[in-house]
Design a binder for this molecule. Structure first.
Ligand code: PMP
Length: 345
């Protein structure tokens, strides 16, 4: 994708222009944004009664847009707290209504996905909120763990696992994802929203934070992040070429298995997440001492493996193996871990 974008940098599709120079209302750009939407619909099997929106502000702006638009009947919402991002989403929603955490794994620093039963859900909740992949802690929802919310819309943050594993869009009222992990450059955020949830935003909702405004204007109410959407469109084409989301998932499972299998038999390294909830994207692990953690990160860096430092609340290491990471990258990391273990046992 980067090589194609480089080639098209000054002349995209024979237009004689960079995408950055195009008017967002031009024919040339219209083709780009329309194709991006069509490709995402195909990749995720998004039904016609859902709108696909490309907005700005990252995942964090969605923490506010979700309650502003969806907490509109009883001013109540239920959140499942599986990490920092879920906690931030909850704190933001609390500013607008009666918001409850109905399950949390904070007791173990988020090493598992808590089970939620139907009776845990407030029947008056306007929506139930989950984070499908917990980027910092390395847990993810499998289909069987998703709460059964009946008629209450389920909202899912897929910022760190969109297009990495198959999900059934119809189980959700709304899905959102910042682009920067699996989709493209930061600056564009994808929102997939069921049409019946549009049009009931709180009165004081800023125009730009009203999903309906973006839906009614095909994501062109104002100037969208045009270049980010263009790159994201190229990524969609790339994922299609890999065989779609099912093929990406298979590859991601292979990649993750290499790491988890090694961690499970290692006498020195230890994975921090319960096996049944392990993420395919983010693999946190620790060594017995902080000193060894530091030494590992330093030596890995010297060997060309960067960004392995874990989040400050977990410590240790975290290997983020998003869609763009080839299997060879994971093999190289595990080979290095083996060698490190042999030297430091
Ligand atoms: N949700 C999840 C799951 C994330 O991983 C992140 C960012 N890492 C966010 C939300 C926040 O996204 P942004 O930085 O785009 O606001």
């Amino acid at each position: 994708v980067l090589e194609q974008a480089a080639k098209e940098m000054t002349n995209c599709n024979g237009s004689g222009m960079s995408v950055m120079e195009m008017s967002h209302r031009s024919k040339a750009y219209d083709a780009i944004i329309k194709e991006a939407e069509a490709d995402l619909r195909e990749l995720m099997n998004i039904p016609d009664n859902y709108k696909v929106l490309f907005v700005q502000g990252g995942g964090s702006t969605q923490f506010a847009m979700v309650p502003l638009n969806l907490m509109n009947k009883n001013k109540k919402a239920n959140y499942i707290q599986t990490g920092q991002w879920a906690k931030k989403a909850y704190a933001e929603a609390k500013r607008y209504g009666d918001v409850k955490v109905i399950a949390s794994s904070e007791d173990t620093t988020y090493t598992y996905i808590p089970k939620v039963n139907k009776e845990d859900i407030d029947p008056e909740a306007d929506y139930v909120y989950v984070t499908l992949n917990n980027t910092i802690y390395g847990t993810h929802y499998t289909a069987d763990k998703l709460p059964d919310t009946g008629d209450i819309p389920l909202v899912g943050d897929m910022s760190s696992n969109i297009l990495a594993e198959e999900i059934d869009v119809t189980k959700f009222g709304l899905i959102f994802a910042g682009a920067q992990k699996n989709l493209g450059p930061a600056g564009v955020t994808v929102v997939i929203i069921r049409e019946d949830l549009l049009g009931n935003a709180m009165d004081f909702t800023p125009t730009m934070l009203d999903y309906k405004v973006h839906a009614d204007n095909d994501s062109l109410y104002n100037t969208p992040p045009t270049y980010a959407i263009y790159i994201m469109g190229l990524v969609f084409q790339w994922v299609k070429k890999q065989g779609g989301v099912a093929a990406m998932q298979k590859l991601n499972e292979q990649k993750a298995k290499i790491l988890y299998d090694f961690l499970d038999q290692s006498e020195l390294f230890r994975g921090t997440v319960v096996p049944e909830d392990r993420s395919l994207m983010n693999v946190p692990f620790v060594l017995p001492t902080d000193e060894l953690n530091k030494q590992f990160i330093k030596e890995a860096e010297a060997n060309g493996m960067v960004n392995l430092k874990g989040h400050r609340t977990v410590g240790g290491m975290r290997a983020s193996i998003y869609n763009a990471m080839p299997i060879e990258g994971v093999e190289k990391l595990v080979a290095f871990m083996k060698e490190f273990e042999a030297r430091n046992k």
